[in-house]
Design a protein around this ligand. Structure first.
Ligand code: TXA
Ligand code: MG
Length: 343
């Protein structure tokens, strides 16, 4: 493939025409990059294995890493998944509280879901996106859309169309530009299970729906961290993920920083505060702040991948990341920083 067409979806008057065009492309077995409220996704007709194969090829994604299926209605959930009786109640509550939105549920799959989507697993990851464009395209297509983040495998997730161009330009036919993503980090992934007293929610990936929110629905458990890049027991837990090309090191405290002579360092600061000692501790080549002057985790999440990409492109030899508080959205940010800093 040579040319990637960018479709500007900012004009409401063009909306219907664009939705129709994207649905036609997907129906014809093509892949399309399109916005969701979390990050941009690379979508394909979830029930067409040949189309889904193109997603894996464009991303250079290993076949053991399954995709998230985006649905447009509760009926579509029932078409692709079997919700076991003993978790029906908690699943219904979670969907009601968090959908459409950044929560992905792992559920037993139905036969119609091709093996390539789930990497042969008996379960399927299901989510209902809140993005108007994604919703409209699924409605028009009348089928669910399988969509991983629209980056090359293991790289920084894209939160704007221009980031998708950098990741997949020349590899896919169309990118729909729907502006910047509202959440900025990928959906929370949980596998609900029946428990003795309360349901157990296995949190496979932290995200915008935080542990604090999920605790209202059951006991939240985190699987042990996977330190290798082998096919993981819980996919999505690959140790080395979200990695910039430039080496990144997450430091607990500034005293752990021992700069090498002649090396250019960039600082990924949480809010630019001097208190942690990072900002004024070294003559940084570049400083980027996640939540400038503010220290708001929601802002830090929205800007996270954007800032990481900017530092990656700044030409420094190494990125030093300052920790943020590990509560609420900070859990997902710190998780990503840890994965990005594994070498
Ligand atoms: O916010 C999001 O979730 C974005 C947007 C595009 O919707 N999508 C996204 O997809 O982040 P992706 O492919 O980058 O991450 C999906 C994760 C993978 O790490 C995969 O291993 C996990 O979901 N996953 C998919 N199916 C699974 C399953 N059956 N069991 C466990 N994990 C699964
Ligand atoms: Mg991804």
């Amino acid at each position: 493939m040579s040319e990637t067409r960018i479709i500007d979806a900012s004009d409401p008057a063009e909306q219907n025409k664009i939705v129709e065009e994207i649905a036609d492309l997907l129906e014809a077995g093509e892949v399309v990059a399109l916005p969701t409220e979390t990050v941009y996704g690379l979508g394909a007709d979830a029930l067409n294995p040949d189309a889904v194969a193109k997603v894996f090829a464009a991303k250079e994604r290993p076949e053991f890493d399954p995709l998230i299926v985006h649905v447009g209605s509760y009926e579509q959930v029932d078409e692709i998944a079997d919700v076991p009786e003993d978790i029906k109640e908690v699943v219904a509550k979670l969907m009601k509280a968090c959908w459409p939105g950044p929560l992905t549920l792992i559920l037993p799959k139905k036969e119609c879901v091709p093996d390539i989507v789930t990497s042969g697993l008996p379960t399927v990851a299901v989510r209902m996106s809140a993005h108007p464009l994604m919703k409209a395209v699924i409605r028009k297509l009348g089928k669910p859309i399988a969509a991983p983040s629209a980056n090359r495998f293991g790289r920084i997730s894209p939160t704007s169309a221009s980031a998708v161009v950098k990741e997949l330009g020349g590899r896919i036919p169309v990118i729909v530009d729907g502006g910047a993503c509202r959440e900025g980090i990928e959906s929370t992934i949980i596998r609900p299970e029946a428990g003795e007293k309360r349901p157990i929610l296995h949190m496979l990936r932290s995200g915008p729906v935080t542990k604090e929110i999920l605790q209202r629905f059951g006991r939240v458990e985190r699987p042990k961290r996977n330190r290798s890049n082998e096919a993981p027991e819980a996919p999505g837990q690959l140790a080395n993920h979200y990695a910039p090309v430039t080496p990144l090191r997450l430091l607990r405290k500034f005293e752990d920083f021992q700069p090498e002579e002649g090396k250019k360092y960039g600082l990924l600061s949480y809010c630019g505060s001097e208190k942690a000692g990072f900002i004024n501790g070294h003559d940084w080549a570049v400083v980027e702040e996640l939540s400038p002057g503010n220290g708001k985790l929601a802002e830090a999440a929205v800007r996270f991948f954007y800032v990481l990409r900017k530092l990656d492109e700044s030409g420094v030899d190494e990125i030093i990341a300052e920790p943020c508080s590990e509560t609420g959205l900070g859990v997902a940010i710190m998780d990503k920083l840890r994965r990005a800093s594994v070498r």
